[in-house]
Write a protein that binds this ligand. Sequence first.
Ligand SMILES: N=CN[C@@H](CCC(=O)O)C(=O)O
Ligand SMILES: [Zn+2]
Length: 411
Amino acid sequence: MKILIKNIKQLLQVRDNPVQKVSGADMRSLPLLEDAFLLVEGDRIADYGKMTDLPDTQADEVIDASGRVVLPTWCDSHTHIVYAGNREQEFVDRINGLTYEEIANRGGGILNSAKKLQDTPEDELYEQSAKRLEEVIALGTGAVEIKSGYGLTADAELKMLRVVKKLRAHYGIPVKATFLGAHAIPAAYKSDREGYIDLIINEMIPAVAQEGLAEYVDVFCEKGYFTTEETEAILEAGKAFGLIPKIHVNQFHAIGGVQTGVKYNALSVDHLEVMRDEDIEALKGTETIPVALPSCSYFLSIPYTPARQMIDAGLPLALATDYNPGSTPSGNMNFVVATACIKMKITPEEAINAATINGAYAMGLSDTHGSISRGKKANLIITKEVPGYAYLPYAFGSNHIEQVMINGNIN
Ligand SMILES: N=CN[C@@H](CCC(=O)O)C(=O)O
Ligand SMILES: [Zn+2]
């Protein structure tokens, strides 16, 4: 099957020589072609160029993208979309004055979600999660990472990861799995945190590895959750089973989590709402990509990751949703890109780089996703008629997407 997309107003993120990620000042450059064509063969990008150079080719289907922008689908490298129910009551409680921390201390928060998830059968959990995945694909996400961490028992953590595996098998987009047993200390281990860490290290990680259920290992390295020493022990154990670290750090407090991530060669360090100069320094010259989650800052009214400062310091940056029931009940990458521009003062070019090629890097997918390059997967967003790509984050809150193509198929 050959599909020709012609008359594209702007074809974004065109890279003849694909890169793994873009950093610092290079993030300001978003290579594009105006008045372009794109040829899809099977599930791959076969060719692209200016309309004036359109080869004489027979296509099975022709899409006229006049007035429209075409770009690679979003790569959302940080989500928790496998969860049960919702936490709308906590949302109301926060409006009425309680803090996220106070709610967690009263047994709400992650423990509330864990209780719900433990009581939800696997099939039902799959159905709820599949709906969310379908929703985000329609919003232009074409690759996603999903974490466990709302199980907090060996059985429930494995249940979550089996749901992720089923989602991967059923949907055409890459779905990367992360084991986040160290998301919170469960109530049963309240006065025996060593016991829970022991369970993670000696039972959960080996079981996850044995079933091949995850590629990454994550820890919520934060005051009141897991210390840097505990994080190190868990990452060490994960690494022994081939799990690559990808961790939650610096959401509320800077306790050295960035340095721990760098020490363990984490693929990414995520959140980073509270960053000291030494945390930015620690990331320089490393392969660890910082990931910002602006929808979380928006929803919790906490500081935004100092993305401007980090990019100006020469770092790469990825953007992701953090879609989860507590801190970010939204999986909309379009909103993430707009919020990054509006609140973090990064340019549309930087934000689109952060949400495509750098998001792909944060999931180990740069070779196949995240840019318009020959041979990469044909996962594309075709917008409605728009004045240009900066209009996408500018006119925030509207849905500018007309069609989403996954593996060469229009969804
Ligand atoms: N910060 C830790 N974990 C999730 C939220 C957890 C929750 O409130 O359910 C996050 O990334 O924001
Ligand atoms: Zn998260």
